[in-house]
Design a protein around this ligand. Sequence first.
Ligand code: HEM
Length: 485
Amino acid sequence: MSKRVLTTESGAPVADNQNSASAGVGGPLLLQDQHLLEKLARFNRERIPERVVHARGSGAYGHFTVTDDVSDLTSAAFLNTVGKRTELFTRFSTVADNLGGADAVRDPRGFAVKFYTEEGNYDLVGNNTPVFFIKDPLKFPDFIHSQKRDPFTGKQEPDNVWDFWAHAPEATHQVTWLMGDRGIPASYRHMNGYGSHTYQWTNAAGDAFFVKYHFKTNQGIRSLSAEQGQELAGKDANSHQTDLLQAIERGVHPSWTLYVQVMPAAEADGYRFNPFDLTKVWPHADYPLRRVGRLVLDRNPDNVFAEVEQAAFSPNNFVPGIGPSPDKMLQGRLFAYADAHRYRLGVNHTQLAVNAPRATTADNYGRDGLMAANAQPRGEKNYEPNSYGGPTETGTPLAAPLAVHGHTGTHEAPAHSKDDDFFQAGELYRLMSEEERARLVANIAGGLSQVSREDVIEKNLAHFHAADPEYGKRVEAAVQTLREG
Ligand code: HEM
């Protein structure tokens, strides 16, 4: 093998990589030492802004195979034939902590999938929870500020976490979920993924359906108790990264089965829950699961920075046959992600290998910007319409239109007949076994008892009482015991 020569960024050979150039032996260094200057300057620029949420995560490549015919529901080409296989990239993450945070903590987990379909990239940016804490995107920055590190103490504060929830009764369902047994997954392989929002599918005839995505883990659900999580997070902050990396390197390829719940569009208005309220689930008795296919992860990225840190998932990357619902949270997210990518990675982030379409090409009139790598060939026009055979629109809408009515204004989401902030939280509590309830109550009390203000504790207790009287009583008693102890 021929010896590789070390070069500068501009390709010139480097004479000495051990000693900087100095004015005489033991003298000060020389400004003309290009290799030293470039090496130090380059090093200073290695970090980019971390994600404002979901900063800490792990990625893997894989594929999705259609197992069941869903062509009656969506015209999406990657789903249109049983047996069809689509390459994909996933990133799992924790939400609240910064890039160096531990994996085995009580926190929702991100479950983001980028399908490289023949009609462009389809990003499904979900969580391991079927619901979320809030239902209006206007509250998201406040919510996240309350859960991340406090600007004064520099750490997560139970006072802030629970103060936000005291003012957000709609969070009671998700808080119950998070404090329950699934709140600390044993690994990324042992948790489900959910689109959480309602999305719209449109079939070839133009019929519209509302769908909710469920990725069920084929490894089985496995979670950690509060004590196990604390111990593991202290021993190995990277436990979930290690698990995913090593499983795939060993050839143990994790998989998930994708199901959808399907609601014909005409049923949305009359359903007893607002189907576009992210704090609610659709009970399976109302809308059963229909199987779609299987997701398998089989390859680790070669470079964490290039492929995981620079991965950019956006809920507004749709393909024909799939579109948004009027869920306000989803609508807010349609803006937030690509904006974050332009800030974090730059306007040309879609040219990076992990983000670029693979089974098709991007062909449009977007041009230039910082770090534009894909220059168009000579003579290619940069305006449309043109007379030179440039790309043109299809004239076919991607999804069925949504009906709207009423007046503009800062409206609350419409309440359907069974909608309130507590009913489904109570249902979740009542579904739990006695052992699960006891652990849930202990987890909540462990956090809530650390809150310094009585009024904040009272407001939170009122939410648990409203969900289920027994639930409220038990949390209240457990908090009291811990505060007296
Ligand atoms: C209005 C509400 C929300 C806003 C404004 C918001 C905003 C953001 C932003 C700005 C990022 C960082 C993106 C980046 O830098 O690449 C992010 C990441 C993420 N969000 Fe949200 N988010 C919201 C709600 C949600 C919900 C409800 C879910 C799940 C159902 C979710 C799942 C994720 C995931 C999985 C990531 C990490 C994606 C990755 O791995 O790169 N977010 N969010």
